[in-house]
Design a protein around this ligand. Structure first.
Ligand SMILES: C[S@@+](CC[C@H](N)C(=O)[O-])C[C@H]1O[C@@H](n2cnc3c(N)ncnc32)[C@H](O)[C@@H]1O
Length: 265
């Protein structure tokens, strides 16, 4: 008989002051980002997490991050604490958006585990309840779609005409079934008038190791889109109306106004 098997422990990287994060941009993504972005100047990541988007500054880009959780936002001075649903920027500000939303997979787990130090998820890594509008607690499903429909409307608002939208996304398997998260985001963003420019599969280290490696979704994707070159900027309201007309999005429609019973004049 060999040594008794040691219990499996996740390696939570200490990013400073005991802070960890379960889903940072993989380093393998960056050569692709650099290639796609070319000379693009001002870049926003509305879901900046630990702020790895700022690594693009080494390639001459100016980067701005938005992150809702202070512990993660404070890991980089270029990240502001704000909500991706209400970005603190004027319309048509950024030349590009480079971002990875949460994927609605097991990292959204937040149940009361007796061994939270051994698990990885947004809630377990931060060690407390997430902010109310943090998508990191949303499993793939209707709330997840509503949230991201609203977030993408807001991101497209701050993107300049002809700006680039670079999305890092991944599907997952749940209960033995493939969850088509990527197709949903792609349909949502094209419903907002973005045009797909390229789709790149990227094999990342996380996906090549572990006992379930062979049954995991086999790669992350980088999808790059371009916003229309309209001379007029579209308002948030126009973008929302556009999305309501698209069959793929689930942005909640505003409450219907009650019919007016009497003539008010
Ligand atoms: C996939 S992670 C991004 C990680 C990041 N790319 C990095 O390299 O660290 C998604 C991030 O979005 C943040 N987030 C979720 N909902 C948010 C919201 N409403 N506003 C701003 N940030 C949000 C989460 O806290 C999480 O850190």
């Amino acid at each position: 008989m060999g040594e008794p098997k040691k219990p499996w422990r996740p390696s939570k990287p200490d990013l400073g002051g005991g802070i960890s994060h379960p889903a940072r941009f993989s380093k393998e993504l960056f050569p692709h980002f650099v290639d796609i972005l070319g000379e693009t100047k001002l870049i926003l990541d509305p879901f900046a997490g630990t702020g790895r988007v700022h690594m693009l500054a080494e390639h001459g880009h100016k980067t701005v991050g938005v992150e809702i959780e202070p512990e993660w936002a404070q890991l980089h001075f270029g990240t502001v604490i704000a909500d991706a649903l209400q970005l603190p920027h004027p319309d048509n500000t950024f030349d590009a958006i480079v971002t990875s939303p949460t994927y609605g997979n097991r990292f959204a787990d937040k149940h009361n585990a007796s061994d939270p130090d051994r698990r990885r998820s947004y809630t377990f890594d931060i060690g407390r309840q997430l902010a109310a509008t943090n998508s990191g607690g949303m499993q793939w499903g209707s709330d997840y779609k509503k949230f991201h429909s609203a977030a993408w409307v807001e991101s497209v608002r701050v993107l300049k005409p002809a700006g680039l939208f670079v999305l890092n996304i991944k599907d997952h398997i749940r209960g033995g079934r493939w969850q088509d998260v990527t197709a949903w985001h792609l349909n949502c963003l094209t419903g907002l008038g973005l045009r797909v420019e390229s789709v790149r599969p990227v094999l990342t280290k996380n996906l090549r190791t572990g006992s379930t490696a062979t049954i995991r979704a086999d790669s992350e994707l980088i999808i790059s889109f371009q916003k229309e070159r309209t001379s007029q900027s579209t308002t948030n309201q126009q973008n929302r109306e556009r999305l309501w007309a698209s069959p793929h999005c689930t942005l909640p429609e505003p409450e219907q106004q009650p019919p007016q019973l009497f003539d008010t004049e």
